[in-house]
Design a protein around this ligand. Structure first.
Ligand code: NAP
Length: 290
């Protein structure tokens, strides 16, 4: 898009805060590249304004929005249709306005699966996984792994009850998968850490500006046969990834997931799958993320 005119459509992000989001940068680049007459803006929506913001999607004819922290759960109740997986997670990160009908999706799941498969060269089917954390991102990761037939899933969290709630919910839906859950005690997670193929840290620990924060687990049992993923992407290498890397494990940060979930959202709004490689080039030039 080179000029804004009376036909320009609107896309955007609802979150709080939003000022550090890279979404406007990458989506506007893709819109321009594909010659689509839209602009993408970031809207800082306070929690008490979520309902009226969603109503605004209809009244302003906004074509679609991404939804981020802390509104992914809250928006669900104001939509007309919520796609199955997003419904199960009770979390929507993408809204499509289909001629006044607001449809909710969760593209974090596809984003995580694509990151593992493409960037991690990791086939989920039959694998054993340890997930650290039991919040929204952990539930999306859990769903992504269940959908692709992981064999064993273990969830550990500083509040063990939350981990157990996730286990209870997903084991009822996927009885063929072996589940376990508990707290952050080494007696519990130590043996699991040794036997799993994949470790996914879904906590915000180590995220900018707290880059010196040590990992929430003792990493002694991590080894070279494993892939260790941290969903945090800023900094590029959190302390858990640094330690895992020293032990010879392969590591990935959450940037590919972020870009793939954005690409899925872009596709839902426009029918076009954007050039994710082009986004890496853009981030190299315009941010210190890559
Ligand atoms: P959330 O719902 O608030 O969950 C955070 C989880 O981390 C909870 O289980 C929490 O434990 C745990 N936690 C928080 N602080 C901790 C600490 N100091 N020590 C140990 N555990 C701690 O947040 P979320 O939506 O899941 O997001 C989590 C992270 O993933 C964020 O950094 C987010 O930016 C990132 N993320 C990345 C992507 C991506 O595309 N790369 C996508 C989604 C999320 P309690 O429940 O016990 O408090």
């Amino acid at each position: 898009m080179s000029t804004v005119d009376s036909g320009t459509g609107l896309l955007g992000l609802f979150g709080h805060p939003v000022e550090h989001s890279i979404s406007p940068l990458i989506h506007n680049q893709a819109l321009k590249k594909h010659n689509l007459n839209f602009v993408y803006l970031a809207f800082d929506i306070k929690p008490e304004a979520v309902q009226s913001a969603v109503a605004g999607i209809r009244s302003f004819g906004i074509k679609g929005v991404n939804v981020t922290i802390p509104h992914k759960k809250k928006v669900v109740e104001y939509l007309d249709i919520v796609e199955d997986t997003a419904q199960k997670l009770k979390a929507v990160n993408t809204i499509v306005n289909d001629e006044g009908c607001l449809k909710g999706y969760n593209t974090d799941i596809a984003g995580f699966q694509r990151m593992l498969e493409k960037d991690g060269q990791f086939i989920i089917k039959g694998k054993k996984v340890l997930i650290i954390g039991a919040g929204g991102a952990a539930r999306a990761v859990c769903s992504a792994l269940c959908e692709k037939d992981a064999a064993e899933l273990y969830i550990i969290n500083q509040t063990p009850e939350k981990a157990l709630r996730v286990v209870e919910k997903w084991s009822a839906t996927y009885p063929e998968i072996e589940f376990g859950g508990g707290g952050l005690t080494e007696e519990f997670y130590g043996p699991l850490l040794e036997k799993v193929d994949l470790v996914v840290d879904t906590t915000p620990v180590g995220m900018e500006p707290n880059v010196e924060q040590p990992p929430v687990i003792k990493t002694g049992n991590i080894h070279s046969g494993q892939l260790v993923v941290d969903l945090v992407y800023n900094p590029r290498e959190t302390t858990i990834l640094q330690e895992a890397s020293k032990k010879g494990a392969r590591t990935l940060n959450g940037l590919p997931m972020l870009l793939y979930q954005a690409a899925e959202s872009f596709h839902l709004w426009t029918g076009v799958y954007p050039d994710v490689e082009g986004w890496y080039d853009l981030l190299k030039k315009q941010s210190d993320l890559y």
